[in-house]
Ligand binder design. Structure first.
Ligand SMILES: NC(=O)c1ccc[n+]([C@@H]2O[C@H](COP(=O)([O-])OP(=O)(O)OC[C@H]3O[C@@H](n4cnc5c(N)ncnc54)[C@H](OP(=O)(O)O)[C@@H]3O)[C@@H](O)[C@H]2O)c1
Length: 216
């Protein structure tokens, strides 16, 4: 049993991770500004509320955790602040000796070995560019961090998100920082299978201080 705090544990990625971790018997805390509706609560999960923009909430989120998962998105209040918030959470995780796992974006992946990260090509659709650049900056900060910080930054497949929740197929593949596809050339993963990959990585750490990707 591991004490896991998921910041953004009521969002698309976060709620799937919270559900999978609780199902496997971990002690799970979710932190977000709003408590979820009764029917969206996962049994056994402790839902705490507060804004991660506040230092007190960040301190509370990390204090008792062995693993902190950040599945915040650079939207709304966090648009323009995610880099700072994830940097502060990482610093706290390092101080407490907790592991820090960040759910990032597909566009931090390289489309070919030795090529640029997609977010760095200047060729992103305008509707994704800001989010992609901010999450890529979070990744840059982690890659440049002190060796003491135990982080893993996880990029999901291209087809991932609340618009395409998919089904639990019970399988996934883990790659590095170069994007990969299935045999049909599709880059996709459901929320449930992505969450399984995250909890597997928490239970069996295999990618310390690495940028990895999860897709079918
Ligand atoms: N294909 C892709 O590459 C892809 C697709 C989708 C998402 N992503 C990435 O996955 C990550 C998670 O995205 P998502 O879509 O799962 O996010 P989401 O559904 O928007 O969830 C965001 C979560 O953060 C919480 N939150 C927002 N502002 C907060 C604040 N100030 N303080 C505390 N909690 C706050 C929200 O709850 P409250 O509003 O109640 O606070 C919610 O729990 C992001 O890095 C995103 O870029 C990647």
């Amino acid at each position: 049993m591991t004490r896991i705090t998921v910041v953004g544990g009521t969002g698309y990625a976060g709620s799937a991770i919270v559900a999978e971790a609780a199902r496997r018997g971990h002690e799970v805390v979710s932190v977000s500004r709003n408590a979820p509706a009764e029917e969206a609560r996962v049994e056994g999960v402790r839902y705490e509320t507060g804004s991660l923009v506040d230092a007190d909430t960040r301190a509370r989120a990390v204090a008792d955790a062995e693993v902190v998962v950040s599945s915040l998105s650079p939207r709304g209040e966090l648009d323009g602040r995610i880099v700072e918030v994830d940097r502060e959470l990482a610093a706290l995780a390092e101080q407490h000796g907790a592991r820090f796992v960040v759910v990032g974006g597909y566009s931090s992946l390289r489309l070919e070995e030795g090529g640029p990260r997609q977010a760095e090509t200047g060729q992103l659709p305008p509707e994704f560019a800001s989010e992609a650049l901010q999450m890529n900056e979070v990744l840059g900060g982690l890659l440049a961090s002190s060796d003491e910080l135990d982080f893993t930054f996880v990029s999901p497949a291209l087809q991932f998100g609340s618009y395409a929740p998919g089904e639990a197929l019970g399988r996934y593949r883990v790659g590095g920082e170069v994007a990969f596809t299935d045999d049909a050339g599709v880059s996709a993963v459901s929320g449930a299978d992505f969450a399984t990959a995250i909890v597997d990585e928490i239970e069996t750490p295999a990618h310390r201080r690495e940028h990895i990707s999860v897709a079918y």
